[in-house]
Design a protein around this ligand. Structure first.
Ligand code: ACO
Ligand code: ZN
Length: 427
């Protein structure tokens, strides 16, 4: 089933009834949730965690008395992002005497790669006060879909997504990889695939606007106005991996750029970014996602590069919509760092200015200043900014920022900026 014609849930809608909402304390025999526990993560490590909820385990025998091991517990690992939250059995929990004292201060999240805290700027909670953060976390505290299956891939989901009612509390959501319709039963998906037009074509809807025959990469531009069902489905699915992003049900104002790997069996989606057709705030990208089974292969940086290439074609500079997620921040910081260093090295014998950098890369001046500061590439002498031009140091910072990512080949782009058709109103 696709989102079309279904009850469209609001972003961060109230949880469906089937999700347990009461406190664990009223569950007979269950573990008390007022102390921290040690919970064993999938990698075997024991970490400090909070019990958020419990439910009777699938193999509980109703004739038996309810004890702590009759339940499964939904835990949040204290020093980890919410995407690691999960249901665990009693055997993966150890009790501690460390009471939970609710913190009223805004929380800072650890970075993805280590436990150092992020700075306030470009934080994933930017623009959210403590109350809205609490409300958001309460309304989205459970993942109601545990896994998705997508073509040949299957992966765990990370966050709550307000799929239409009827699509919650399921182990694995089955998705048609070409049209993104979703199903609970394999037989339904198979029936759909027999008549799915996009399955027959073997590619997403929209216009192909990039093809790299060497790397076998292709990108499609999909207009939210022309293909609303595909774009809504993409938003629902993307929300499973994005925490602090509102879902836009009105997809009309957006273009979606879907990146695919192609082979003899078709064009297989690896990720996408969305972009407002007309952004009054200068955003050149709204949401970006690489599906988990394709992450850390350079596609994120490819998508970021493409968003800047499109800005340059439009004759603009741009910046991604805030807030950035923790992974979004890492990826942007890494891409900005490497693009700035490329610019500095290329122009080392000429004039170096932020305006010049913006013109060449499309990076907005505030993002450039922020990156230079984060990477200690700038110092001030009598209020005069001085940019580091020590080539050895630049090389070191460049390599520490990770791999360069997959390149966007400019001559493979076939794209003209969006022009609103006459008579079509801006929403
Ligand atoms: N831990 C540490 N560093 C990371 C991680 C991670 N898990 N993921 C990315 N990075 C950093 C690294 O520096 C990495 O380079 P490296 O692999 O050479 O070390 C760099 O970011 C980018 O790596 P890519 O392979 O190019 O990026 P990827 O394809 O993995 O996609 C993305 C990055 C899109 C952010 C992905 O993690 C994702 O989809 N996350 C879930 C959705 C999300 O958070 N989107 C951003 C929201 S903000 C916004 O939409 C404006
Ligand atoms: Zn389909």
């Amino acid at each position: 089933m696709s989102a079309k014609g279904k009850n469209k849930a609001k972003a961060f809608a109230t949880l469906p009834n089937a999700v347990p909402t009461s406190s664990t304390k009223i569950h007979e025999g269950a573990l008390d949730n007022s102390n921290y526990v040690l919970a064993q993560m999938k990698n075997g490590k024991w970490e400090k965690a909070k019990i958020i909820e419990c439910r009777l385990s699938k193999d509980y025998d109703p004739k038996q008395k309810k004890v702590d091991s009759s339940y499964e517990y939904y835990v949040h690992y204290e020093f980890y992002n919410r995407r690691m939250d999960e249901w665990v059995g009693r055997e993966r929990l150890q009790l501690t005497e460390d009471p939970i004292i609710e913190d009223t201060q805004p929380k800072k999240r650890p970075r993805p790669s280590d436990k150092r805290e992020v700075t306030a700027e470009n934080d994933e909670h930017e623009g959210m006060d403590q109350q809205s953060l609490i409300t958001h976390e309460m309304h989205t505290k459970f993942k109601t879909i545990e896994k998705i299956e997508f073509g040949q891939y299957r992966c765990d989901t990370w966050y709550y997504s307000p799929f239409p009612s009827g699509y919650h509390n399921i182990d694995c959501l089955l998705i048609c990889e070409f049209c993104l319709s979703f199903y609970i039963r394999k037989s339904e998906l198979q029936r759909h695939q027999l008549k799915c037009v996009l399955c027959k074509l073997g590619h997403p809807p929209g216009d192909e606007m990039y093809r790299d025959t060497e790397r076998r990469l292709s990108m499609f531009e999909i207009d939210g106005h022309k293909n609303p069902t595909y774009c809504e489905n993409l938003c629902y699915i993307a929300k499973l991996f994005l925490d602090h992003k509102n879902l836009y049900y009105d997809v009309e104002p957006f273009l979606f750029f879907v990146l695919t790997e192609y082979n003899e069996t078709g064009f297989h989606i690896v990720g996408y970014f969305s972009k407002e057709k007309e952004s009054s705030q200068g955003w050149n990208l709204s949401c970006i996602l690489t599906f988990p089974f394709h992450q850390r292969k350079g596609y994120g940086k490819f998508l970021i590069s493409m968003s800047y290439q499109l800005s340059l074609i439009e004759g603009k500079y741009g910046t991604p919509e805030r807030p950035l997620s923790d992974l979004g921040r890492e990826s942007y910081l890494s891409w900005w760092t490497q693009s700035i260093i490329d610019y500095l090295k290329k122009n080392k014998d000429g004039e170096i200015t932020i305006a010049g950098l913006t013109k060449e890369t499309g990076i907005k001046d505030t993002d450039a200043w922020w990156t230079l500061e984060q990477k200690h590439l700038i110092k001030y002498q009598q209020s005069q900014p001085l940019i580091c031009m020590d080539m050895a140091y630049l090389d070191l910072i460049y390599s520490k920022a990770g791999r360069p990512g997959l390149p966007v080949k400019k001559d493979c782009i076939h794209w003209v900026p969006y022009k609103r058709p006459k008579g079509q109103d801006k929403n």
